[in-house]
Design a protein around this ligand. Structure first.
Ligand code: AMP
Length: 393
């Protein structure tokens, strides 16, 4: 179709092309430099001297909610020889999630992001019903990233957001979160039962089960997980190996706030006071890492550095008045083998180790007038986790 450019107030001309199930917005970026246009007549109709210099392909992301559509779409990509990277999430996306999508786009032609709050990984008394949901913002972030990727040579695209219903994900029985609950589950032991698994007994069973479902559905060449949830990465790697799943598990470093707090969807529960004290965990782990870097290898020496920080902050908070303090409890601080997450007495420097920890930020005892509160009003405890890999030396 011949294109005639008329004098337009904008610098862009957008045409919409529909090809089968896929709608594509093509945006022809043009520097409308008047010297590159010639007037064809006194009617001021402009024609370009040369065709558009740059064509950027702004596809609309597929938003898929049902399994047959997902499978058909995946099959089409396979026929086109396009590789797929999967980023499983529970939504409430932040920079940490986006870094996973970016990593996936660097290594795959198409990225699928799943957004699904999986009920079976929440214990019966956990925050399933209040877990943050920010669907519009999630889509906006993914679209913005995709627009950026479209302009970056060599990068893949954010192709699909898979947001299934629970009925689709658990087709036979309603999901059951009780420890002795019934259903079809994947259980990875012993790693799923220690550390986080001790505090949250159904958590890794739920994670492994939903990831097995997602991996079966998406058939991705690569799956992307955050270092932030280190024990989860060990569980997933083990599952992929033991069940011969044909995918590669890729781990992306932890994204942090400026003061070191690991980004997390649950940080929205922290008002200003608990947020400020919540950085204690990353500070404690950082101190232990420094001990390792300084040459310490024994468990006692490395973990003492972490406990010194945690105890110091706890004492400072204890000394404050109830309307000023944010109390917390350390659930655990661990020095573990990176392949099994089992506790070790000393770091084998050829293998390295994982420092990890969890703290429970307790509800505020007294709220001050005008105080900046988190989602939910800082009345429920919030569990924060973090880790630092100690690299082999
Ligand atoms: P979630 O939505 O919390 O289940 O997380 C989805 C994925 O994002 C998991 O693989 C997490 O490990 C990863 N993730 C969450 N927070 C971060 C972060 N701060 N840095 C890197 N990855 C993260």
């Amino acid at each position: 179709m011949p294109m005639i450019y008329k004098l337009l107030p904008m610098q862009t001309i957008i045409s919409q092309v529909t090809t089968g199930a896929h709608t594509t917005l093509r945006l022809f970026s043009r520097q409308l430099n008047l010297s590159s246009l010639r007037f064809s007549s006194s009617k001021a109709t402009l024609k370009p001297k040369s065709p558009p210099t740059k064509m950027v392909d702004y596809r609309l992301m597929h938003i898929i909610r049902d399994i047959p559509t997902l499978r058909t779409h995946r099959r089409n990509l396979l026929r086109s020889n396009l590789t797929v990277g999967l980023v499983p999430t529970m939504g409430a996306l932040h920079e940490g999630h986006i870094s996973l999508v970016r990593a996936a786009a660097a290594e795959n032609a198409r990225v699928f992001v799943s957004i699904y709050i999986n009920p079976t990984q929440f214990g019966v008394s956990e925050d399933l019903s209040t877990y943050p949901q920010t669907w519009e913002s999630d889509l906006a972030q993914l679209r913005a990233l995709d627009a950026e990727l479209a302009e970056t040579p060599g990068m893949g695209r954010v192709d699909t957001v898979f947001a299934p219903s629970t009925k689709a994900m658990y087709p036979t029985l309603p999901p059951d979160s009780r420890e002795d609950g019934v259903g079809s589950f994947v259980q990875i032991t012993p790693v799923g039962g220690i550390l986080e698994g001790k505090s949250r007994p159904v958590f890794f069973r739920g994670v492994a089960t939903v990831c097995m479902k997602l991996f079966n559905l998406v058939q991705a060449e690569r799956v992307y997980f955050g270092q932030k949830d280190v024990q989860q990465t060990v569980v997933i790697r083990r599952m992929v190996k033991d069940f011969h799943l044909d995918t590669q598990v890729m781990i992306v470093p932890t994204s942090r706030e400026e003061d070191g707090l690991a980004m997390s969807s649950r940080n929205v529960y922290l008002g200003a006071r608990r947020r400020a004290v919540g950085v204690v965990l990353s500070r404690a782990l950082r101190a232990a890492e420094e001990a390792y870097v300084a040459g310490k290898r024994s468990r006692d020496e490395i973990l003492a550095a972490a406990w010194n920080v945690a105890n110091q902050v706890a004492l400072e908070q204890d000394a404050l008045a109830p309307e000023q303090r944010a109390l917390f409890e350390v659930d655990y601080i661990s020095l573990a083998d990176p392949d099994t997450m089992e506790e070790i007495e000393a770091v084998d420097e050829r293998k390295g180790a994982v420092l990890s920890g969890a703290v429970k930020m307790l509800p505020l005892e007294q709220i001050q007038p005008g105080e900046v509160l988190g989602q939910g009003g800082d009345v429920a405890p919030v569990r924060l986790i973090d880790n630092i890999p100690l690299e082999p030396r």
